[in-house]
Design a protein around this ligand. Structure first.
Ligand code: C5P
Length: 221
């Protein structure tokens, strides 16, 4: 297939979501926020009262086949018709996402849904394993990072804007715990693909990070 995919992977709150959606908009491409799929799965498991552990992995994976997920053009996410956009953005939802995402059966159950996002004219995919596992042949892979201090600051700003209370210190501890789990799990651990371009945007504006990705993309074409 020749439908192009641009992968943007990296640790929590590194700016992937913001950069990916801006790049997708500039190019008129589709957008895959793969983290949202894990967040939704974590929420669905919690609501169903299923403990998030290895023993219940197949039960959670079975739940995935029954979920009706809709990503609206309005940036809203719906699960079985209910708008859960806000519910999946809490820190607790992030932690539950990280816990379900460590279960191989859950990752496997979400592969097809992620591949389905690859449609003309192209896709920008944001996550942890877009370039390493889901789209290994993608023509452009970017590994986006930022210092833990910057990431905690940015996440704090995002949450406050949404009216969700949080402290920078708690957020930083949370992010670091999540990174450690994401990098050390056995299945699809977070790491840069061998052929990824590294981009540390700690001291970079969103516009400059987007411009860098677009310039790499032009050179690849
Ligand atoms: O990117 P976001 O913070 O929304 O992702 C939530 C969690 O989902 C991450 O901490 C990670 O554990 C998991 N995830 C993953 N693979 C992806 C995207 C997210 O394991 N491709």
């Amino acid at each position: 297939g020749s439908i192009p995919v641009i992968c943007i992977d990296g640790p929590s709150a590194s700016g992937k979501g913001t950069v990916a959606s801006a790049v997708a908009e500039q190019l008129g491409y589709h957008l895959l926020d793969s983290g949202a799929l894990y967040r939704i799965t974590g929420l669905a498991a919690t609501r169903a009262g299923i403990p998030i552990d290895a023993e219940h992995a197949s039960q959670i994976a079975a739940l995935i086949s029954q979920m009706d997920i809709q990503f609206g053009a309005d940036q809203r996410v719906r699960l079985d018709g209910e708008d859960i956009s806000l519910a999946i953005r809490s820190e607790e939802a992030g932690t539950n996402a990280s816990l379900v995402s460590a279960l191989p059966a859950v990752r496997q159950a979400l592969v097809q849904a992620q591949h389905d996002f690859r449609q003309l004219p192209g896709l920008v995919a944001d996550g942890r394993d877009m370039g390493t596992v889901i789209f290994p042949l993608a023509p452009l892979k970017v590994y986006l990072t930022a210092s833990a201090a910057k990431r905690a600051e940015r996440r704090h700003k995002q949450l406050i804007e949404k009216g969700i209370p949080a402290t920078i210190a708690d957020l930083r501890a949370d992010l670091e715990a999540r990174d450690t789990r994401d990098m050390n799990r056995a299945t699809a651990p977070l790491h840069a693909a061998q052929d990824a371009f590294l981009l540390d945007n700690s001291e970079m504006s969103v516009d400059n990070a987007v411009a860098q990705v677009l310039s790499w993309w032009e050179k690849r074409q």
